[in-house]
Design a protein around this ligand. Structure first.
Ligand SMILES: Cc1ncc(COP(=O)(O)O)c(C=O)c1O
Length: 468
């Protein structure tokens, strides 16, 4: 067997990795950089002659480490980006080391069973039906895609159309009903599934970005035939939650009128509200829906990339994803072949890190972490409102805060953008912006398990400094 010098490689990678992790409390969270500087360090044509792997890893670590964004620093509040739980980090190191192709049970049984256990724990901690099916995918985008592929299968199957065999050309029309303030990954998933971007009926949202359920009811009453409805748990701007009981009631009435109906909820970060006693009420009725997508790399703090697609109807989920090939060794339902539940064929065992994080936190740890993220978001809201320089415009029900910086000259949009740019350059903490209702806002997303009160105070001080 050709043996590499693994000790030297581990040293070359893990030495800088350890130094990076140790630097997190003090290093700048973000450093704007000149792309040409990075290209000069790593770019150029592929050299004719190779070099030792240790040299490559060493050079990569030295070149790129200064340009790494410190998502796991406790002070990264941009977009919705989780930190890195140590159990996830350790499990992923093992996963990379074992280099398992976790597509088929027969190929890598150990990790297949870990993913099987993790799937059960995810359902349990989120209070979803224990017989629902679970696919470990790359993120919220692919979780939405996978769930909606299952939806497409089932609603068409119920009118006698086999979409996997027959495709969409000539298929019965599928009504797509989506809340207006959906995340952009929903139309993208629909696009990838052949439904197109502009064929959805948009149902308006209220001032808190929650779907208007009376409008949903009216919309459904005017439609006939197979129908897919998309709602969400945790709006990207407001962090708000739809009224799932009302949505489920409307869907039931639509079904009773003879229309095959599937309701999907995009819960990339918000589905985890169900795991905490403090926020569980926000998800009431959600277990009545048909599919749920979420991320592990956001609220659960598993490392990138990790999403979860969950379906009430395993047969539809499997029918939409599975493939057969003569050369494969397939369990045919007797064991968990991961490729039955996700769109990848070969894949890494990303469920390992989900398993390890859930095992390390336990049910109580997940509950406490979700509650803490939300209470730190409320602390931001209190401090910023108290400063008199900013206005918090959302009801902080979860981990998102929507902020307008108050400009002395009344130009709040420009001032808000200026504060965001300045604080990003300052490097103490990172925040990102958004446009909602035609106005610019700063978003605060508290998604890192490592964030504590002192991080919030440091970040608030940096923001107030940047706001002058
Ligand atoms: C509500 C919602 N849905 C979907 C996504 C997409 O998730 P991912 O980036 O993991 O694909 C996000 C990302 O922030 C989100 O907030």
């Amino acid at each position: 067997m050709k043996q590499s010098n693994w000790d030297k490689i581990i040293e070359a990678a893990m030495g800088p990795a350890g130094e990076y992790l140790a630097s997190l409390p003090d290093r700048p969270v973000y450093r704007p950089t000149d792309p040409d500087r990075i290209r000069a360090l790593v770019g150029g044509p592929l050299p004719e002659d190779g070099v030792d792997a240790v040299e490559v890893v060493d050079a990569l670590a030295r070149s790129i480490e200064p340009h790494v964004t410190a998502h796991a620093s406790g002070r990264y509040f941009g977009f919705v980006i989780g930190g890195l739980h140590p159990a996830s980090f350790g499990a992923d190191l093992l996963g990379v080391t074992w280099d398992q192709n976790a597509g088929l049970y027969a190929v890598a049984q150990g990790v297949a069973i870990v993913e099987e256990v993790a799937a059960g724990w995810v359902l349990d901690v989120l209070g979803l039906p224990s017989n629902a099916s679970v696919g470990f995918v790359t993120g919220g985008q692919m979780a939405n895609y996978t769930c909606l592929a299952a939806a497409r299968h089932r609603v068409l199957r119920e009118v006698g159309w086999d979409v996997e065999a027959q495709g969409l050309q000539g298929a019965p029309k599928v009504n797509i009903v989506v809340k207006s303030e959906r995340h952009s990954t929903i139309p993208r998933a629909l696009r990838l599934l052949g439904f197109g971007d502009s064929t959805s009926t948009l149902v308006p949202s209220d001032a808190d970005s929650r779907i208007d359920t009376e409008e949903l009811e009216r919309t459904l009453a005017g439609l006939e035939g197979p129908t897919i409805v998309c709602v969400e748990a945790g709006n990207i701007n407001h962090g708000s939650f739809d009224d799932y009981s009302a949505v489920a009631d409307a869907a039931d009435r639509h079904r009773t009128r003879g229309n095959p109906t599937w309701v999907h909820v995009d819960g990339a970060f918000g589905l985890w509200a169900a795991a905490s006693a403090a926020t569980k009420h926000l998800t009431a009725g959600m277990d009545r829906l048909d599919s749920w997508s979420t991320d592990a790399h956001k609220t659960l703090n598993v490392g990138y990339d990790s999403g979860v697609a969950i379906c009430r109807h395993p047969a539809s989920h499997r029918a939409s994803m599975s493939i057969q090939a003569a050369y494969l060794v397939q369990a045919d339902g007797a064991a968990r072949d991961q490729m039955d539940w996700n769109p990848e064929f070969s894949r890494r065992a990303r469920g390992l890190a989900v398993y390890a994080t859930l095992r390390s936190l336990g049910r109580a740890g997940v509950d406490e972490m979700v509650e803490r993220l939300c209470s730190l978001a409320r602390l931001f809201a209190v401090r910023l409102t108290g400063s008199g320089k900013a206005e918090v415009v959302n009801d902080v029900v979860f981990n998102q805060v929507l902020v307008r910086w108050i400009a002395p000259d009344g130009n709040h949009n420009d001032f808000t953008d200026q504060v965001i740019t300045k604080v990003q350059q300052d490097g103490t903490a990172y925040f990102s912006g958004t446009t909602w209702n035609g106005h610019r806002f700063m978003r605060i997303s508290v998604s890192d398990w490592a964030t504590d009160e002192s991080d919030v105070e440091r970040a608030v001080a940096a923001l107030l400094r940047c706001a002058g």
